[in-house]
Ligand binder design. Structure first.
Ligand code: ATP
Length: 615
């Protein structure tokens, strides 16, 4: 059927209409810069397209000569020569088409390869802020569908425009050179064919979109109500009849749409076939009258050529009517991709970044102010010092800014005011890779890759020996678990570590950080997701580690707090108290309150778990 036909891609959605890209010289230049490295191949493609489009028309012209040869009872030799020539031309044009297709795909793939890599590299340099404020789905769409879109633009839109223009021009020139009356008639017939098919196409497209939306709705209902938690909710609230009605309603809407869509397809097909047969008949009729009455020079072959060429006009005309849509869509694609490229890299290595030979892991905050969003300051004038080999526990109510403080050390974010030093050097002047290599974080939300325990551990130290892996597991109190698995270190952890319990995951991530062997260890203690026994096991693991290296602990449990050399109490982004447990607990301030409400409970829980275990 028609190339780039009217069946779907030919219309802009309301959203696309509202967000028409601004096409500037700068944008075009930028797009061109991606094509430039491949200009030689592009020229070759241009030539191939021009040549194959022209060749593809030639058999239609030869048909005319074959018909004339027959009508005039020319020697058989000539007839055979014409037939062979026609076949040969078709084969040649198709062969060129194959080569052109290869070149096209090659260029499109290479250009998108460059773009994809550049985008990935750029995204990796984006700050934590970018990833927390952007929807992950959007980021992935940019990386996949948008770039695939570019590939489509290069490999198909571009070629189809060119070949359509050439085909159309050449066909019209040939037709007019035979008979201007018939050619004009042919041109006048085109709208008869094009307008109804476009109408039918648009109707069908609208219906398809409607049924897609309906399908999404149905899937939504299924996902919501046929999941374990969804079903529990439905059952507990006795909503079965309601959900059934909702599903039935969506389902019957879908049926109506599907039937209408299928009928629109039939109409579309009917209109198309009717008009494509009316055209040739008209040409035969008018051609016949001309030939018999007015134009002695006109031959049967000429009329045959006209009819053959007429059918080759429809496709290109239809495609070219879609150019504007294709153009807007392509520009929107490029604009979206370039918008991503233009996002500034917020956290970068300073030009004169230093890489010291070693660091002691000491940290000092001096009058640090920080906000995630301009209008809401999170940290206010935070100052503290952590000497090498010592440990600090940060405690405070939920949302007080504890995690925020530690995020500033490896520069996941940059503070807006004050300075932070690591090993005595301002973190903004330190080489980023060096800084991050020397800060190890065991976070609450442990992230494991889908792979084996071994692979997850080796991520921290790719050249670790078996003995080192075992030692790290032992220290992290996870060795017994590993050994209890049939496949030991080669046990799969599942997607994001789903096959492990929360406590096992956290101990595994302690082992991972131990292999990294950072100068500063940051431990973000889980608040409540774990049961007391797992907590106790983590505790056993973490305490000796704290003793032997510089560490910061975001602590929720008294035993962790007691293991630290100093306690910082944070409230609403400020350090409100600091000191040792014994003094703080007597002060009657924030710490005392936390002690009464949180820590005591935790002690009781751990004690009861231990009793339970020993019983
Ligand atoms: P918890 O003990 O519950 O983990 P926390 O003391 O570690 O809490 P933070 O995570 O540092 O608290 O959060 C401090 C404040 O900053 C909170 O009010 C939170 O809503 C806000 N916040 C945290 N992360 C972001 C972010 N990426 N963008 C905007 N605001 C944030």
């Amino acid at each position: 059927m028609m190339r780039g036909g009217p069946m779907g891609r030919g219309y802009l959605t309301e959203e696309e209409k509202a967000n028409r890209p601004r096409v500037t010289g700068k944008l075009l230049k930028r797009i061109f810069a991606y094509l430039k490295p491949y200009w030689k191949q592009m020229i070759l493609i241009l030539a191939a397209i021009a040549f194959s489009s022209l060749l593809a028309l030639y058999p239609s012209i030869l048909t005319g000569r074959i018909v004339d040869a027959l009508a005039e009872r020319k020697p058989l030799n000539l007839l055979i020569r014409l037939i062979l020539l026609s076949l040969g031309v078709t084969v040649a044009s198709n062969l060129i088409g194959v080569g052109q297709n290869y070149l096209n795909t090659w260029i499109a793939q290479h250009i998108t390869f460059d773009m994809r890599n550049k985008m990935y590299e750029h995204l990796q340099r984006m700050s934590q802020r970018f990833f927390t404020s952007n929807n992950q789905g959007d980021i992935i769409t940019r990386m996949t569908s948008d770039i695939d879109g570019v590939q489509r633009v290069i490999s198909s839109t571009f070629t189809s425009i060119l070949s359509n223009v050439i085909t159309l021009t050449a066909a019209l020139v040939t037709m007019y050179s035979r008979s201007w009356v018939l050619a004009t008639l042919g041109v006048l017939i085109i709208p008869l064919f094009v307008i109804p098919t476009r109408r039918a196409g648009k109707t069908r497209w609208d219906l398809t979109r409607e049924s897609q939306a309906c399908n999404d709705e149905i899937n939504g209902i299924l996902n919501e109500t046929l999941s374990v938690s969804g079903q529990t909710l439905v059952k507990l609230f006795g909503k079965e009849p309601y959900e059934y009605d909702r599903y039935k309603a969506a389902n019957s809407k879908m049926i109506r749409l599907n039937i209408r869509e299928s009928m629109a397809g039939r109409w579309f097909f009917m209109i198309m076939t009717t008009f494509s047969s009316i055209g040739p008949m008209l040409l035969y009729l008018v051609g016949g009258v001309l030939m018999m009455r007015y134009d002695q020079a006109l031959t049967v072959g000429d009329i045959t050529v006209m009819v053959a060429l007429l059918s080759r006009l429809y496709g290109p005309v239809n495609s070219l009517l879609n150019i504007q849509v294709e153009w807007i869509r392509s520009m929107a694609l490029f604009t979206r991709i370039f918008d991503y490229f233009d996002l500034p890299v917020e956290i970068e290595n300073a030009p004169d970044a230093v890489t010291p030979a070693a660091t002691d892991g000491s940290v000092a905050f001096s009058h640090v102010d920080f906000s995630y969003e301009p209008e809401r300051q999170i940290l206010h004038d935070v100052s503290f010092e952590l000497q090498a080999g010592k440990s600090i526990a940060i405690v405070g109510p939920s949302g007080s800014g504890k995690s925020t403080i530690i995020n500033l050390i490896p520069r996941l974010y940059d503070a807006q005011g004050g300075t932070i030093t690591f090993g005595g050097i301002d973190v903004k002047k330190l080489d980023l890779a060096f800084l991050r290599r020397n800060v190890g974080i065991v976070s609450q939300e442990t992230y494991l890759f889908n792979g084996t325990i071994r692979e997850n551990l080796l991520y921290a130290k790719p050249d670790a020996t078996e003995a080192e892996l075992i030692a790290a597991c032992r220290k992290a109190n996870i060795l017994d678990f590993v050994e209890s698995q049939e496949t030991g270190l080669d046990t799969l952890v599942g997607n994001r570590g789903l096959k492990l319990s929360g406590g096992e995951k956290q101990r595994l991530s302690i082992a991972r950080v131990l292999l990294k062997n950072p100068a500063l260890l940051i431990f973000d203690e889980a608040t409540s997701a774990l049961d007391s026994i797992s907590e106790a096991r983590i505790q056993e693991a973490i305490e000796p580690i704290i003793q032997e290296r510089t560490s910061i602990l975001i602590a929720h449990r008294l035993s962790t707090i007691l293991a630290a050399d100093e306690i910082l109490v944070v409230k609403e982004g400020r350090i409100v108290e600091r000191g040792q447990h014994a003094e703080l607990v007597k002060q009657g301030g924030v710490y005392t309150e936390l002690y009464e409400t949180q820590f005591k409970k935790a002690i009781a829980a751990v004690e009861s778990a231990e009793n339970g275990e020993s019983r």
